[in-house]
Structure formats: structure tokens, C-alpha cells
Design a protein around this ligand. Structure first.
Ligand code: CA
Length: 222
């Protein structure tokens, strides 16, 4: 999952980035509303964490423009703790949830995960597909026979992304973009290696190859 963090408090970003990475997100950062708005419009992020008080363009303005442009990316706004007006304005402008500053990083992670799950029509912290269950908190999977599979960070990111989008076909390049951060983008052939590892854990038909298009989890049966 690729996240865009739009926040001008670099100290806060310094604290959040490693935690978000640990939770399996690839994080891009913008420290002002203008750059943030540009990135949000140009790239296909899975979620946006948006501070409302930003230099160059306010978070609220950015959010309104994003929604007017038809972008449905889930957005979690960061507001001043005691400003109910900011929260109301943010929700009306199209935010999916809010968090008042200062906050505990754990609450941010939990809210973010809930927002992303709702966006994908999922409830609970486990994803299921063909007997395979993925625990999003513990970053572990259980295969169809009930055996626990410990996943590496990249395996987890890849599996989560595919399980959140059953029925959709993704090219190696697109998968790579949602799993790695820009400066660390892997050769797309590396994706093939990870796909094969997941097949080894969960069976070779678990992930289908569509010739010339990419990979998908088929939606048809369960
Ligand atoms: Ca700020």
C-alpha cells in the first residue's frame, strides 16, 4: 500500500515514517499543500494522511480540489485537537476520518487501517481469500490447511495488496509501485520472485497469471 503523507512538521514525519513502514506501507512525503496536491493528483496512492494546516495551500483546499477532480483516494485528516470546526469542515470536504493532534501513533495506524479497509469494503482486521487468512495486525497468514505462514515484509505487502483487490489484474510495474517507495523501486522481475513465493505457500493457482497483463486473485469462487 502506497501512502502519501502531507505534513509540514518534519519532526512528526520523522517519527511517523518508520512506524508506517513497519506497518507495511510505502510512504511518500510532501511538506506543503502545493506539492502534496500535485502528487495526490498525479499518482495512484492507496491512502493519504493530510495535515490541514499547511504552507502554500491549506489541507482543506487541497482536499476539496482532489474530490472535485473525482479522486476517491481515502483521506485521513490531522486536525487541531480542540477544533471541532476543522473536523466538520474536513469531513464535509470529503475526508474519510480525522485525528486530532497530538495523537498516539498507534491510533493513527489503527484509524488508517480502518479507513483503508472500509474503502475496500472489508470489515475486521483479517482478509480472507480461498481459505487463506491474512492477519493485518500481526502480518501473518494462515493457509487453507490452518498452517501459519510467517511472511517477510515484502511478501506481506504484496499479499495484502492482492487480497484487497480480488478480481483486478495488476502488472508487475504497478505492483512494484504500490509495494516499494519511489527511491527503492525494484526491478519488476523481483515481483515475479515474490509472486512465486506466495504460490509456494498457498498453492500455484492461488495467484493467476494473465498473459501479457499481469497477476490477479480471481473473484469467481471463494
Ligand atoms: Ca501543520
Amino acid at each position: 500500500m502506497k501512502l502519501l503523507l502531507i505534513e509540514d512538521d518534519s519532526e512528526l514525519v520523522g517519527q511517523l515514517r518508520p512506524l508506517l513502514r513497519e506497518a507495511g506501507y510505502a510512504v511518500e512525503w510532501a511538506d506543503n499543500g502545493l506539492d502534496g496536491g500535485f502528487l495526490a493528483g498525479e499518482e495512484d496512492f492507496d491512502g493519504i494522511v493530510l495535515d490541514l494546516g499547511l504552507p502554500r495551500k491549506s489541507g482543506l483546499e487541497l482536499l476539496r480540489e482532489l474530490r472535485e477532480a473525482g479522486k476517491r483516494t481515502p483521506v485521513l485528516i490531522l486536525t487541531a485537537r480542540d477544533s471541532w470546526q476543522e473536523r466538520v469542515d474536513g469531513l464535509k470536504a470529503g475526508a474519510d476520518d480525522y485525528l486530532g493532534k497530538p495523537f498516539h501513533a498507534e491510533e493513527l495506524l489503527a484509524r488508517l487501517e480502518a479507513v483503508l479497509r472500509r474503502h475496500h469494503g472489508q470489515s475486521g482486521n483479517r482478509l480472507r481469500y480461498r481459505g487463506v487468512e491474512l492477519d493485518l495486525d500481526r502480518q501473518r497468514a494462515v493457509d487453507a490447511t490452518g498452517r501459519e505462514v510467517r511472511l517477510t515484509a515484502i511478501e506481506f505487502r504484496l499479499l495484502r495488496y492482492l487480497m484487497l483487490h480480488p478480481g483486478r489484474v495488476f502488472s508487475k510495474t504497478v505492483l512494484s509501485e504500490h509495494i516499494y517507495e519511489e527511491e527503492r523501486l525494484a526491478d519488476s522481475n523481483v515481483i515475479e520472485v515474490y509472486i512465486n513465493r506466495l504460490r509456494k505457500y498457498f498453492g500455484k493457482d492461488f495467484i493467476r497469471t494473465r498473459r501479457g497483463q499481469g497477476y490477479c486473485l480471481e473473484r469467481s469462487d471463494d
